[in-house]
Write a protein that binds this ligand. Structure first.
Ligand SMILES: [Zn+2]
Length: 82
Protein backbone atom coordinates (compact mmCIF):
# COMPACT_ATOMS: atom_id res chain seq x y z
CA UNK A 1 0.00 0.00 0.00
CA UNK A 2 1.23 3.46 -0.80
CA UNK A 3 -0.13 6.89 -1.55
CA UNK A 4 -2.35 6.99 -4.59
CA UNK A 5 -3.06 3.28 -4.53
CA UNK A 6 -6.54 1.98 -5.10
CA UNK A 7 -8.35 0.68 -2.05
CA UNK A 8 -11.89 -0.42 -1.31
CA UNK A 9 -13.67 1.51 1.40
CA UNK A 10 -17.15 2.39 2.47
CA UNK A 11 -18.19 5.85 1.34
CA UNK A 12 -20.84 7.55 3.47
CA UNK A 13 -21.82 9.80 0.58
CA UNK A 14 -22.33 6.95 -1.84
CA UNK A 15 -23.54 4.73 1.02
CA UNK A 16 -21.75 1.78 -0.40
CA UNK A 17 -18.32 0.35 -0.87
CA UNK A 18 -16.55 2.05 -3.73
CA UNK A 19 -13.09 2.40 -5.18
CA UNK A 20 -10.98 4.88 -3.29
CA UNK A 21 -7.53 6.34 -3.64
CA UNK A 22 -5.21 6.58 -0.68
CA UNK A 23 -4.47 10.22 0.07
CA UNK A 24 -2.82 9.98 3.50
CA UNK A 25 -0.82 7.33 5.27
CA UNK A 26 1.06 6.90 8.51
CA UNK A 27 3.63 4.17 8.16
CA UNK A 28 1.69 1.14 6.93
CA UNK A 29 -1.63 2.53 8.12
CA UNK A 30 -4.00 4.16 5.67
CA UNK A 31 -5.39 7.31 7.25
CA UNK A 32 -7.45 9.00 4.60
CA UNK A 33 -8.98 7.97 1.33
CA UNK A 34 -10.80 9.73 -1.46
CA UNK A 35 -13.85 8.21 -3.07
CA UNK A 36 -13.38 7.84 -6.79
CA UNK A 37 -17.10 8.07 -7.39
CA UNK A 38 -17.97 11.31 -5.59
CA UNK A 39 -14.44 12.62 -4.88
CA UNK A 40 -15.13 13.14 -1.20
CA UNK A 41 -12.19 12.68 1.08
CA UNK A 42 -12.66 10.96 4.42
CA UNK A 43 -11.01 8.94 7.11
CA UNK A 44 -10.27 5.40 6.05
CA UNK A 45 -12.93 3.17 7.58
CA UNK A 46 -11.09 -0.03 6.85
CA UNK A 47 -14.11 -1.00 4.82
CA UNK A 48 -15.91 -2.22 7.91
CA UNK A 49 -19.11 -4.10 7.54
CA UNK A 50 -19.67 -5.29 4.09
CA UNK A 51 -17.30 -6.02 1.35
CA UNK A 52 -17.63 -5.42 -2.28
CA UNK A 53 -17.52 -9.08 -2.98
CA UNK A 54 -16.85 -12.32 -1.17
CA UNK A 55 -14.11 -14.68 -2.09
CA UNK A 56 -15.22 -18.11 -3.19
CA UNK A 57 -14.02 -19.57 0.10
CA UNK A 58 -15.97 -17.06 2.16
CA UNK A 59 -19.09 -17.69 0.14
CA UNK A 60 -18.63 -21.41 0.63
CA UNK A 61 -18.15 -21.06 4.40
CA UNK A 62 -21.22 -18.87 4.62
CA UNK A 63 -23.35 -21.45 2.85
CA UNK A 64 -22.01 -24.19 5.11
CA UNK A 65 -22.78 -22.16 8.21
CA UNK A 66 -26.43 -21.89 7.23
CA UNK A 67 -26.78 -25.63 6.76
CA UNK A 68 -27.28 -27.48 10.05
CA UNK A 69 -26.99 -30.80 8.27
CA UNK A 70 -23.44 -30.08 7.20
CA UNK A 71 -21.83 -30.50 10.61
CA UNK A 72 -20.50 -33.89 9.52
CA UNK A 73 -22.69 -35.68 12.01
CA UNK A 74 -23.73 -39.10 10.72
CA UNK A 75 -27.41 -39.82 10.42
CA UNK A 76 -28.64 -41.61 13.49
CA UNK A 77 -29.75 -45.15 12.85
CA UNK A 78 -32.88 -46.57 14.38
CA UNK A 79 -34.97 -43.53 13.85
CA UNK A 80 -38.49 -44.64 13.33
CA UNK A 81 -40.52 -43.42 10.48
CA UNK A 82 -44.24 -43.45 10.46
ZN1 LIG B 1 -18.44 8.42 -2.62
Amino acid sequence: MRLGDDIDDHCSSCQRTTDHSIVSMMGEEVLRTRCRTCNSEHKYRKNKGRRKEMTAQEAFDKVLATMPGMQSEPAKPGRKKK
